[in-house]
Design a protein around this ligand. Structure first.
Ligand code: SF4
Ligand code: SF4
Length: 220
């Protein structure tokens, strides 16, 4: 046998010996990483998008029926994207207070919150008071949103106003660009630990209809 083949064979044997010597937990971690890399066709999607002149963050062009509140046409530019929130809050709720719309402010006020307690009224660079339309939620000293809470028992973060949270929080890590009345381009925001998680939900038509469409319609 040529020396390079026997050297390769011994390296493969060493790899398998080391792999099977690992604890069960490490084996699962490695296998899930490999399967994640193999099953998500990101590179194919990126090439496909470039052919169509679409941006890397574009997921799908969506058109809907306003009365039925259902998608009537959808063209995907990102196939196989998965998402599962890990409740880490690192790349969303700890980066300052999110933008709020007038509707968001009204919803919180109707629930009994006083706008002076949650709305950041700091003046901007042009020394103009912020209007409610372009306001943000207040933040704590560490830059996290005023409503962010930590569940120490489960080591997870949670939103203290989950059912009332602003539209931008409902959509995160997704956003949209209006293309025509009743047509938007759905995009993802790459800064999120929950994107491309192997155990995450597939971002397909069903996911968009169930989790995103209503928030998009309410934000328009
Ligand atoms: S949306 Fe993303 S960054 Fe925010 S808590 Fe969930 S996984 Fe973490
Ligand atoms: S309102 Fe809730 S979801 Fe939005 S940034 Fe604050 S804690 Fe996070």
């Amino acid at each position: 046998m040529p020396p390079f083949i026997s050297s390769l064979q011994s390296r493969i044997n060493m790899f398998f010996d080391s792999f099977f010597g690992l604890t069960h937990r490490f084996k699962i971690l490695i296998l899930s990483g490999v399967s994640e890399a193999l099953t998500i066709p990101r590179w194919f999607s990126i090439c496909f998008k470039k052919d169509l002149g679409a941006g890397d963050e574009n997921i799908a062009r969506i058109t809907w029926d306003s009365e039925k509140r259902q998608i009537t046409n959808i063209v995907f530019f990102e196939e196989g994207l998965r998402f599962k929130c890990k409740r880490c809050a690192v790349l969303c709720c700890k980066l300052g207070g999110p933008k709020v719309s007038e509707k968001d402010v009204e919803r919180l006020k109707e629930a009994g919150y006083k706008d002076m307690d949650f709305l950041d009224t700091a003046i901007d660079k042009e020394v103009k008071p912020r209007s409610i339309k372009e306001g943000v939620l207040k933040q704590k000293m560490d830059g996290s949103c005023i409503f962010l809470q930590y569940d120490g028992r489960n080591k997870l973060y949670k939103c203290g106003v989950y059912d009332l949270r602003p539209a931008s929080c409902r959509l995160y890590p997704f956003e949209f660009e209006v293309l025509e009345p009743k047509t938007v381009m759905l995009k993802f925001i790459p800064c999120c630990n929950g994107l491309n998680t192997h155990s995450g939900a597939l971002v397909d038509k069903k996911f968009i209809e169930e989790h995103l469409l209503e928030s998009i319609l309410k934000s328009l």
